[in-house]
Design a protein around this ligand. Structure first.
Ligand SMILES: CC1(C)[C@H]2CC[C@]1(C)[C@H](OC(=O)c1ccc(O)cc1)C2
Length: 228
């Protein structure tokens, strides 16, 4: 990893750590019993703050703000769900005490998310947890997810691809350094991005089923996912 790549990595990790979900939102999820309606409101607050955190993090990815303005929006809208699942997988798999993750899991289960979406979601969380990613890997993997060139409506995918390739190069070297005994570790990380894409399919069904039961989203969530 050369000096320039180290600087790039530092910028991304600092941004990733600077923009975290406010502790109070995550803590609220761990408090006493809530009804499914209150649970849903908490998840709405969590999702909304995750999108705000995502926007702030993305603006700090070196090179992102020099992309075409409309492409910046297209990348944010196209990656929001995947970045959200990646971030919450890291929250779930962080050294949070097990009873906390169980409570969090309970909350999510009791928020009106149909069961058929719970299984793939928690399988993903487990598969992320098993990787024991260091925070640099988490931050760069999130940046790679955001800088996916083949999102809908991106006008200049080559410009996005150039940025993504820089990140992929740093991540590959980082994986070799951090996990010398597992030469396929980098490939396993990228395999998680494929799994993420299937989750975003479930997510749109999740939104539809919530809307069927007349659940209200916040304006920010409506805007990022083009609903209502
Ligand atoms: C952990 C998750 C990634 C998983 C369960 C909560 C999440 C933050 C996310 O919630 C929403 O997308 C969502 C969308 C709209 C809304 O009003 C509430 C939650 C899906």
């Amino acid at each position: 990893i050369n000096r320039e790549q180290r600087a790039l990595m530092k910028a991304i990790v600092d941004a990733y750590n600077r923009h975290q979900i406010p502790e109070d939102v995550a803590k609220k999820l761990l408090q006493d019993q809530y009804s499914p309606e209150e649970n849903f409101l908490l998840l709405t607050e969590m999702a909304t703050s995750q999108v705000q955190v995502l926007v702030e993090f993305t603006k700090n990815i070196p090179g992102f703000l020099s992309l075409d303005r409309e492409d910046q929006i297209a990348l944010l809208k196209g990656s929001a769900v995947e970045a959200m699942f990646l971030r919450s997988a890291q929250v779930f798999s962080r050294k949070m005490p097990t009873e906390h993750t169980d409570v969090l899991e309970e909350r999510v289960r009791k928020s009106g998310i149909p069961d058929e979406f719970m299984t793939p979601m928690f399988n993903f969380y487990k598969s992320i947890g098993e990787l024991h990613m260091v925070q640099e890997e988490q931050a760069i993997l999130t940046a790679i997810t955001i800088l996916t060139p083949d999102r809908p409506y991106v006008k200049d995918p080559q410009a996005v691809e150039r940025l993504q390739e820089t990140m992929l190069d740093v991540l590959r070297k980082l994986c070799v350094l951090q996990h010398p005994q597992e030469q396929q570790y980098f490939a396993r990380l990228l395999g998680r991005l494929t799994e993420l894409r299937t989750l975003s399919h479930y997510h749109s069904e999740m939104l539809a089923s919530w809307r069927m039961n007349d659940h209200k989203f916040t304006p920010l969530l409506c805007e990022i996912w083009d609903v209502q």
